[in-house]
Design a protein around this ligand. Structure first.
Ligand code: TYD
Length: 210
């Protein structure tokens, strides 16, 4: 018998929003409801993901357009790779939870180059699937910097307050643009881990009709 297709859930947020913690808690919640869950992230662990990480850490210098194209390549591979790609896992009945997706490209690269071009490359690509829901963990840039400075030894190229402000504003523009196309849920992330998780669990239970 064929497995029932799983749901595709994306988490987004500016750096420091707490995606990792909330993804773990949601995965636990969904598993407790009897669902099979597969967690994944972008940039991926593949060769293209490695190139992106070098660029993000500043080890290699890339233009914004190079980065945007590399993220698209990484994302296509993430969708279609036959071993554990998003489409394969969904078809096998797993709910796929993905840490960052095309909304990040549209916000991060879109705020550094032509946002329409970045959007078209992602939204117009037949091999990049639309998620069932995008959960945006929202923090102000000041709240985000406070968490980054508290928790980490190294910083990436986007982790300063000016850049985070630009990126957050661009996320909001993207959500406005995609309002009728995608299911986007904005969650206040400057609260306790439990409060945030309870909201997300309620939201996904409704959306996924568990
Ligand atoms: P990483 O430290 O791996 O994850 P996070 O900050 O989410 O815990 O960093 C991912 C970085 O990649 C983050 O700064 C955002 C950036 N990014 C883009 O610029 N464009 C994209 O399309 C994606 C997926 C990520």
């Amino acid at each position: 018998m064929e497995a029932k297709r799983g749901r595709f859930i994306v988490f987004e947020g500016i750096d420091g929003a707490g995606k990792t913690t909330q993804i773990e808690l949601l995965a636990k919640h969904l598993r407790a409801c009897g669902r099979a869950v597969y967690c994944t992230a972008e940039p991926t662990e593949s060769v293209s993901g490695g190139l992106l990480r070098d660029a993000l850490s500043g080890v290699s210098r890339r233009t914004v357009c190079e980065m945007a194209a590399m993220f698209v390549f990484d994302r296509i591979h993430h969708n279609v790779n036959p071993v554990n790609g998003i489409q394969k896992m969904l078809a096998d009945g797993f709910d796929v939870i993905c840490d960052r997706y095309y909304y990040s490209s549209m916000a991060y690269q879109g705020s550094g180059t032509d946002p329409e071009w970045v959007g078209n490359m992602n939204l117009g690509c037949p091999e990049i699937m639309r998620p069932d829901v995008c959960i945006f963990l929202d923090l102000t840039p000041a709240q985000s910097m406070e968490r980054i400075n508290r928790g980490r030894a190294t910083q990436e190229i986007y982790e300063n307050e000016e850049k985070l402000t630009q990126v957050r504003n661009q996320f909001y523009r993207v959500f406005e643009q995609l309002r009728e196309r995608d299911n986007i849920q904005i969650v206040d992330a400057y609260r306790s881990v439990e409060e945030i998780h309870n909201d997300i669990a309620k939201l996904t239970d409704q959306i996924l009709k568990i």
